[in-house]
Write a protein that binds this ligand. Structure first.
Ligand code: HMG
Ligand code: MG
Length: 299
């Protein structure tokens, strides 16, 4: 079993984790969350999202959050932007890495962004152009890579086409998202292989939701294919408001526990991460989605 010696974790809790919360999380708690996460050794913490506040009211305070965090040297703080307007809002508060997002399923992308896939790619062209001129790094997301709540099956060729388009536009990394968490390991591996024939593996990341309890198994199958960047959300928070039935993301604590158990380095202090996840579940007023944190609490 060949595994990478190290994995970079992209922590998406403050964005993907919180965007689906119906009760407003105080801005100060969002800032504290990002700062606590960056203190655990994580090198990438997706801080917030400059999407339309009408679509995602929970993250309407994106500018205040971004302006309030303490940026650590060596940590990247990407933010989600759906269009040039979001890019400008992000830049106004000093963001120097952004993420754009589309889907492999036309129906999902319409629900999520009110645009078809090609139309969303057209929206990103001026974002990528500005980013290049500004020296801003751009990450790309492809959603619904293993199934769509509206369309059902998603052809691998569609996933590969969209990933290739994002990479060709200038995204340094393309994250492949099983938005509704329906994938199983062999399907995840086949999907990654299909994409890796179009986009170099070092430019790929994986993003699993744990709806059916398959996220860690899917990660392992993909690590064996050579991927070395994995998205996760502390405390297993999250879900997409436009992905019916989707549960939380893979919990970062559980990912770190598995990787360290496999001898794969992450640079993350698991104790500090568990503390942060437990603190967050207190803020959200519900049990943590991390099995590791639950096990530690009952030990
Ligand atoms: P639209 O309504 O079609 O946009 O939304 P529009 O361009 O027609 O503008 C309508 C209004 O929104 C205007 O305001 C704009 O100014 C405003 P009005 O004139 O009516 O007062 N507006 C904005 N305001 C602030 N910031 C902006 C912005 N853009 C427009 N950036 C749009 C189109 C894409 C904006 C909208 O559909 C949107 O924001 N969607 C985001 C949905 C979302 O955040 N989904 C979750 C993230 S994706 C995800 O979770 C999946 C992922 O984790 C990977 C995975 O799991 O698979 C990434
Ligand atoms: Mg997601």
């Amino acid at each position: 079993m060949a595994l990478p010696s190290a994995v970079r974790i992209v922590e998406v809790g403050p964005r993907d984790g919180l965007q689906n919360e119906s009760a407003m999380v105080p801005t100060a708690a969002k800032i504290e969350l990002v700062d606590r996460l960056s203190a655990t050794g994580l090198r990438t913490v997706e801080a917030t999202s400059f999407v339309s506040p009408k679509w995602v009211p929970q993250l309407a305070d994106a500018a205040e959050v971004f302006a309030g965090i303490t940026r650590r040297p060596g940590v990247a703080y990407p933010v989600l932007v759906p269009n040039l307007q979001g890019y400008e809002r992000a830049r106004a508060v000093g963001a120097d890495e952004v993420a754009v997002f589309t889907a492999a399923s036309e129906a999902f992308n319409r629900r999520n962004t009110n645009a078809g896939i090609d139309e969303s790619l057209e929206r990103f062209a001026p974002v990528l152009e500005r980013a290049r001129a500004d020296g801003v790094q751009v990450r790309g997301y492809v959603s619904t890579v293993l199934g769509c709540p509206y369309q059902g099956e998603v052809p691998l060729a569609d996933v590969a086409r969209v990933a290739r388009a994002l990479h060709a536009m200038g995204c340094y990394e393309v994250s492949l998202g099983d938005t509704i968490g329906v994938g199983t390991p062999a399907k995840a591996r086949d999907m990654l292989r299909a994409v890796a024939s179009e986009v170099p593996m070092p430019a790929l990341a994986i993003h699993f939701h744990d709806t059916y309890g398959q996220a860690l198994a899917n990660v392992l199958a993909c690590l064996e294919e050579g991927v070395a960047v994995v998205d996760a959300a502390v405390s297993g928070t999250g879900g997409c408001p436009y992905a019916r039935g989707a549960s939380g993301n893979l919990a970062t604590e559980d990912l770190v526990y598995m990787l360290h158990g496999l001898g794969v380095a992450t640079g993350v202090d698991l104790d500090a991460l568990v503390d942060t996840g437990a603190w967050l579940s207190g803020i959200l007023g519900r049990a943590t989605g991390s099995r590791v944190t639950r096990a530690r609490a009952s030990a």
